[in-house]
Design a protein around this ligand. Structure first.
Ligand SMILES: Nc1nc2c(c(=O)[nH]1)N=C([C@H](O)[C@@H](O)CO)CN2
Length: 119
């Protein structure tokens, strides 16, 4: 299966379990890998036959700006659901890094779901 990727997308969102984390946004870095058949775009050279990664990046950024969750896992699941709703992709892998979470490393979650698994 072909993939369209977005790597190291920087977003800002209110996220965290603790009260101090709920007071202001913090940065997250998101990697996305979306399974999609690129045959039509290969043949036509037309963006309307492709998954427009700029539109996915804009949607994800805007969603993070306005929503608020406690866990990275919840945000990952909601972003996967949103991408399946808006775009014709067969599967999504998402990795969300939270650079400010731990002092001496970078915490992250990585989730993969097919469209069938989300139905
Ligand atoms: N698996 C997870 N563990 C933790 C999360 C999370 O979202 N998923 N979040 C926190 C806190 O919000 C932490 O980032 C504060 O530093 C702790 N563990």
């Amino acid at each position: 299966m072909d993939k369209v990727l977005i790597e190291q997308l920087e977003v800002s969102t209110v996220i965290g379990v603790y009260e101090w984390e709920k007071q202001q946004p913090q940065p997250l870095i998101i990697d996305l890998a979306m399974d999609i058949d690129c045959t039509a775009a290969m043949q036509s050279d037309d963006l309307t036959d492709a998954l427009d990664y700029a539109k996915v990046a804009e949607l994800v950024t805007q969603y993070c700006n306005k929503e608020q969750f406690q866990l990275l896992e919840k945000l990952a699941g909601e972003l996967i659901r949103l991408i399946f709703t808006e775009f014709s992709v067969a599967a999504v892998k998402i990795k969300i890094r939270k650079p400010q979470a731990i002092e001496n490393g970078i915490a992250a979650v990585e989730c993969f779901r097919t469209r069938e698994q989300m139905n």
